[in-house]
Design a protein around this ligand. Sequence first.
Ligand code: HEM
Length: 387
Amino acid sequence: MFRFDPFSPETDADPFPAYQVLRDEHPCFWSDDAQMWVLSRYDDVVAALDDWETFSSAQGNMMTELPGRAGATLGTTDPPHHDRLRDLIQYAFVRRNLDSLTEPIRELAEQAVAPLAEHEQFDFIGDFSSKFTVRVLFAALGLPLGDEAIVREKAVLMVQNDAATGAKGPEHIAAYEWMQDYASSVIEERRAHPRNDLISHFSLAEIDGDRLDEREVLLTTTTLIMAGVESLGGFMSMFGLNMADFPDARRECVDNPDLLRNAIEESLRYNTSAQRFKRCLTRDHTLHGQTMCEGDFVCLAFGSANRDERRYPDPDTYDIHRRTKGHLGFGGSVHLCLGTTIARMSVKIAMQAFHDVVPEYERVNGTLPWMPSSTFRSPMRLDLVRT
Ligand code: HEM
């Protein structure tokens, strides 16, 4: 009998054969292992994202949710509550003026890549991409320099689950508590001494007399640190992996760095790092002959939708020239990722700097250690050698 367990290490390592069966034979599948429905076809996932009144985020959106987040912050609320939060936080993104981060990001990329000039072999993630992505987030949010290593460690733990049980373990909850205490102290400091950074802007943002309350500011800060540090770091490791595995595509990008823009979109489609998020049904809903009941959880498998042959011809081929329009690498509809601009800009600048120093490389090991997370998918280490 067919099973699909989004919490298993086998799924972390290679979800694609199971996705193919789900799309072809069980497009609306009840997973006993996960105790939730799984939608895997592109059109069904998009329809669910658009129908947020039926597919609600208010019971949490991560496959295993952290305590206190559901119903309280951007990814875990529905309109109109969500619209109010999004307007106030987006206002902060506009005020921060992300374009002005281009030069600082370029400098951070050059600093992060410089030590690699000395090395034949290195870990792309530990020696380069995670250092870079954390520093970008520190610059954008306004976190105090010196805390990068500990903040990354806790942010990564927050999105993981226990490899054996699939649930959040004490170390994941403890990391979340640590992050809340940390965020509280930064918010207090920023309020006292506001600067041109995201935390200052959204903790003081006001639209028609409305402001985020204390808890909203705290949850927004922890969500942005987690989303920023882990989503950006995770995607960049996936992109590094694709560039190593597809040398012809990489050479094209080295010769013509403008192509990186499209290669990034193709990696978001082909190797989606934000694999799946969940929703909860507010009413009964029938799809492909199956009736899902009010209160049931539904997994939206973005990683499968992005490989749906009904939407993308030859979806298992990595093709940096394809039209990737509408991919779900950043989700979609009302919850479309708020970090798209900073993510695209950072990865493009970083890979261009990386290719200036390391233009030819390949993977050292065939087997990768995948992060134990039912929501995100990315390797924890990526050993590369110059060729
Ligand atoms: C390449 C890196 C990234 C990827 C792949 C990614 C992916 C996603 C996805 C798939 C969602 C939708 C979740 C859902 O539908 O429930 C999302 C939402 C979100 N992301 Fe990202 N993200 C990335 C980077 C960032 C960064 C850098 C930030 C912040 C600086 C950020 C902040 C957010 C926020 C706040 C939301 C919630 C938006 C809402 O519900 O209105 N993300 N992200």
